[in-house]
Design a protein around this ligand. Structure first.
Ligand code: ADP
Ligand code: MG
Length: 290
């Protein structure tokens, strides 16, 4: 009777918004006791809106936004999309940039009018021992805003704060996992304060923040070594190695192709709650077979 059960579960899984790419992993999903989620684009919508532009002394708001947006036109990060949109809304005329480079997990760099311009993470600024308005930074971060720094020739020109939207369905997903006795974990490259704010909104059990892209898989490996049977859920290119490392890799349908090609299961509706349906479905399907 096994093939029949599997055939039925295929149509049921489609109904639940699941694209099962690896049936053996789906079978193993019934044994999971921990689920790791990437933050941006997975637990949140990944649709950033600029909320504050804070120029340093001697600079104007429009200048800071102009440099940042001109540079971000070359990036596909959700932060970039938010900054470019804000500049377009303000009808800012973009500047010509050359020598564009990504600084993986930390930001971007380029040359504008002969000057070096960077848009970078708080971690990058701290590692370069640059001073900034820590009180204002803390205030914005503690409200869950992602803050990036605009540098001009290695000097701080200003800060840009962006707000993302926490998915309502993410909250429901975490609550349902809890009911099923499954541990929830957040894994993000973003700042600790922002990560903690989002984790609190969602009642997530454990948080790993400021994890560089090439360290995400290592972190999943460490979680496995602690004895957890773990699924990793993510959307980004930088999540792919972690998806491959987990016992089960789950990609958000609205995410990048690389994530989807690496994952065992794709959440077609980009609804984190479908993680719970998937575990439930695996439990039901394979219980019937025994
Ligand atoms: P996430 O896990 O949130 O997808 P990433 O590893 O992509 O994080 O990025 C980590 C951090 O690096 C971001 O929170 C941001 O501070 C900085 N960063 C990455 N890309 C950009 C960019 N294009 N513009 C500005 N900052 C960036
Ligand atoms: Mg992401």
């Amino acid at each position: 009777a096994a093939p029949l059960v599997i055939a039925v579960s295929t149509s049921i899984s489609a109904k639940h918004g699941l694209l099962i790419r690896n049936r053996a992993s789906f079978e193993g999903a019934r044994n999971l006791n921990a689920v790791v989620f990437d933050k941006t684009g997975t637990l949140t919508k990944g649709e950033f809106e600029v909320t504050n532009i804070v120029p340093n002394e001697g600079y104007k708001e429009e200048e800071v936004l102009n440099w940042a947006a001109s540079l971000e036109q070359n990036s596909e990060h959700p932060i970039a999309t938010g900054i470019v949109k804000s500049a377009k809304d303000k009808k800012i005329k973009f500047k010509k940039i050359t020598d564009f480079e990504s600084i993986i997990g930390k930001g971007i760099q380029g040359i504008i009018d002969g000057k070096k311009v960077n848009v970078v993470s708080p971690g990058y600024v701290t590692s370069q021992n640059m001073g900034y308005d820590e009180q204002l930074f803390n205030e914005m971060s503690e409200e869950g805003k992602t803050v990036v720094f605009v540098l001009l020739d290695d000097k701080l020109a200003g800060m840009i704060a962006l707000a993302d939207i926490v998915r309502e369905t993410a909250k429901e997903a975490i609550a349902a996992l809890k009911e099923n006795g499954i541990h929830s974990i957040m894994l993000t490259g973003d700042n600790k304060k922002v990560a903690n704010w989002v984790a609190k909104q969602l009642d997530i059990d454990e948080v790993y923040a400021e994890v560089l892209p090439d360290k995400k898989a290592d972190q999943v490996r460490k979680i496995k070594e602690k004895g957890w049977k773990v699924a990793m859920t993510g959307d980004g290119v930088n999540d792919a190695p972690a998806l491959a490392t987990a016992d089960l890799g789950i990609a958000i349908g609205a995410g990048t192709d690389v994530a989807m090609e690496t994952a065992d299961i794709v959440l077609v509706k980009s609804n984190p709650k479908d993680v719970v349906s998937l575990i439930d479905l695996s439990r039901k399907t394979y219980r019937k077979m025994i």
